[in-house]
Ligand binder design. Structure first.
Ligand SMILES: [Zn+2]
Length: 549
């Protein structure tokens, strides 16, 4: 038996907000892939004097491994031609080193390499149709360096809508539990509750929480309530993850607040909040409604959010919200894809660029920053760009710079189209600058806590030894885009900015219990309506053990 792998990280300024450590110089000890409180003298050391030590980054909402990502890759071949990625020169020859392509939706191996290069060691794909989960798991198998999982799309699926319509809420909960286990999901994701089903049945969309969905006696409100209750009753590590109705439309802040109020008192996560914080009215104009929404979030501790910041530059919009993509296709004139996933959900994809001279893009950029800068609880308002929807995850360092450096932010503000910024808190001058500890909260400690990942996002004994070490640099974007060292499960995978090792990541999934009485009913349903047999539907050979509730 070989000796346990040990490493002592010496002399770095540690930012571990989950354990109340804010820049204190102290050693971090690692043994066999985990943080330990002490090591024997003579253990190997890594000199981090003068550097900043944080837990590995945790991405709570990304689109990195799915059949939709694959459609997006096919839709933009020019991006791949423009960004070829040679295989990295790994020191550890036991792991494959693969070439790939970049762009807004990098190929699988490149996605893992680039996340690691930024110091991120965990990432979740936030929208996977259960029927396509097998594809996502295969992509995650080929996405090294990061532990990952998938959120399963529910709320536009025929079986669930039937249970809600029949008042069978316990059965709806059993179905959600069965589906999470069968498809290897980590959390329940709702996208435009009822709107995707309405679009597929020829209705344009649903707009209000009490609209009927596709002629049924089911409303978006009922979908939200039943699935939020299911997630909480099943004690899932992450509560229901919600993309509200009316994404991207002027005036949608009213829908967002109504959705939050509908779930008042229930744990729920509202994702890419920036896309849901618009004042104004369709056809009449836009404004920022960020202050009202963030005030609600602050005063309701059961609510958590990620921002979905828009960053100027190329993006790829990928969402199950097919009706919104149809609008985007019409307004942008760009190419697009629309996909039906039988009985479950839909998908739309439109490549896009956010331009600072475009008034709406400038407003979206400002609203995202307002949410960050007006937030009084960074633990519940965490960082995302909804990669690649608001911008690539590669833009996180530039976003961190905007949060930490007011002078850079103010300079940028002068360059954007000001037409819609009247009444915007950002244009009125927000002086707040995030501290390193607040950055550690919104990029690792906060997302890990919201995801219920007890062993991630902190550096206390027992935690996974996923650690990022940065050189200090007056240019914050440079500091965060080129970590000096990245450590995954106790192994140094990035040194001096070079990827050295690329171990496979672990799969994070749940398998909650359910009443077996649902099985014969599901079998009948599959035999009657599905092109996939019930026996073939569950994903076989899922890696790792499910996370305990
Ligand atoms: Zn998303």
């Amino acid at each position: 038996m070989s000796a346990p792998a040990r490493l002592r990280i010496v002399g770095g300024a540690v930012h571990d907000p989950a354990n109340g450590i804010d820049g204190e110089v102290r050693d971090i000890c690692i043994e066999s892939g985990r943080i330990v409180s002490a090591l024997p003298d003579g253990a190997p050391t890594l000199d981090a004097r003068g550097m900043v030590v944080m837990p590995g980054g945790v991405d709570i909402h990304s689109h990195l491994a799915s059949s939709s990502c694959n459609h997006a890759r096919r839709l933009a071949p020019e991006e791949r031609a423009a960004d070829p990625v040679p295989a990295p020169a790994l020191l550890d020859r036991t792991a494959p080193a693969r070439s790939g392509t970049g762009g807004t939706v990098p190929s699988t191996f490149t996605t893992g390499y680039r996340y690691a290069g930024l110091g991120y060691t965990t990432a979740f794909d936030a929208a996977v149709a259960p029927l396509m989960a097998r594809h996502s798991h295969a992509e995650l198998d080929d996405t090294p360096c990061v532990d990952g999982g998938i959120f399963l799309l529910m709320g536009n699926d025929e079986y669930l809508l039937r249970q809600i319509e029949a008042g069978e809420h316990a059965r709806a909960r059993d179905y959600a539990a069965w589906l999470l286990g069968a498809a290897g999901g980590y959390a329940i994701k709702i996208v435009n509750p009822g709107g995707v089903e309405a679009w597929k049945t020829g209705q344009r969309n649903v707009t209000g929480l009490d609209d009927a969905i596709g002629g049924r006696k089911v409303t978006p409100r009922a979908v939200l309530e039943v699935l939020a209750d299911a997630g909480n009753a099943l004690r899932l590590p992450h509560p229901v993850h919600i993309h509200c109705n009316n994404l991207g439309l002027p005036g949608n802040a009213a829908t967002t607040l109504a959705s939050m109020e509908a779930l008042q008192g229930r744990r729920a996560h509202f994702t890419h909040l920036q896309f849901h914080c618009y004042g104004g009215e369709p056809g009449k104009g836009w404004s920022s409604a960020s202050a009202k929404v963030i005030e609600y979030v602050y005063t309701h501790p059961e609510v958590s959010t990620d921002v979905g910041q828009v960053m100027f530059g190329p993006a790829m919009t990928i969402t199950a919200d097919a009706p919104v993509e149809y609008l985007l296709y019409q307004s942008s004139g760009r190419r697009w894809t629309n996909i039906d996933i039988e009985l479950e959900t839909g998908c739309g994809i439109v490549p896009l660029a956010f331009k600072e001279k475009a008034a709406v893009a400038a407003l979206q950029w400002a609203i995202g920053l307002e949410l960050f800068l007006l937030s009084e609880d960074p633990w519940r308002v965490v960082l995302s760009t909804d990669h690649p929807n608001g911008g690539s995850f590669l833009s996180y360092p530039a976003l961190i710079q905007l949060l930490m450096d007011r002078s850079v932010r103010d300079e940028r503000l002068k360059q954007v189209n000001p037409r819609l910024l009247a009444g915007s808190a950002l244009a009125d001058g927000l002086s707040r600058e995030y501290t390193l500890n607040e950055i550690a909260i919104v990029t690792r400690a906060g997302p890990a806590r919201l995801l219920g990942l007890r062993d991630k996002g902190h550096l206390g004994p027992g935690a996974d030894a996923d650690i990022t070490i940065y050189n200090r640099d007056p240019d914050i974007a440079t500091m965060f885009s080129t970590p000096r060292y990245v450590i995954k499960d106790g192994t140094v995978i990035v040194e001096e900015g070079q990827l050295r090792r690329a171990p496979a990541g672990r799969r994070l999934r749940v398998a909650p219990g359910y009443d077996d009485a649902i099985v014969p009913d599901l079998r009948r349903y599959f035999e009657a309506y599905s092109s996939v047999s019930f026996g073939n539907y569950p994903v076989a050979g899922l890696p790792g053990e499910p996370v305990a509730p």
